[in-house]
Ligand binder design. Sequence first.
Ligand code: AMP
Length: 218
Amino acid sequence: MKLQHDITIALTKGRILKETLPMLAAVGIEPREDLDASRKLIVATTVPQISLVILRGSDVPTYVRHGAADVGIAGKDMLLESGGEGIYEPLDLGIARCRLMTAGPESAASMGDDRRRVRVATKFLNVARAHYARKGMHADLIKLYGSMELAPLMGLADEIVDIVDTGKTLAENGMAPRELIADISSRLIVNKASMRTRHASVQALIEALAGVVKAEIA
Ligand code: AMP
């Protein structure tokens, strides 16, 4: 891939990175360092115009929104939580699939929507607020940064809003999924200004990755 413009791609450590690197490699973009061994946060690639920055998942939309990175790969959960302002979302990469759900103790799984008030622990405050508002319920939201499953067990909350993949984490903690809020996968996002000012290069990158997604579906 030969590009006219310099492009910075923001990525997330962990599962998304692991599933993203083979897709980038398929279009000829490979990091010049071993990302597992290196502590560098900005990494050059085999395409001289493209560099990678490795961030926390929730920071990827922020860097792209402000144009500090032109392009990013972020979970739809992060995008729903942070809002779409300043960002285009041109491509569903179909990786890191999971579901954003409400969940609660198994013993209380039949709790109905007649509850008017519910205590909810989550790191997805905006998603949770919108979800319970749609249902006409008042949610007392409690912000947590991890181990959401613990909150109902400890009497901190009635329910959680969290990512569910196999459901194993919930089951092992005596919890069950309740309502689906959104199906999640990783998306390619682009800063709106970069889409104009670096159009040829951004478009080439989108099309190349779209080809990989298509090939993987086929
Ligand atoms: P599971 O036990 O398979 O349902 O996995 C649930 C836990 O894994 C959640 O608490 C999430 O933090 C994490 N997880 C699973 N899939 C993803 C994903 N695609 N993106 C981010 N976190 C995930």
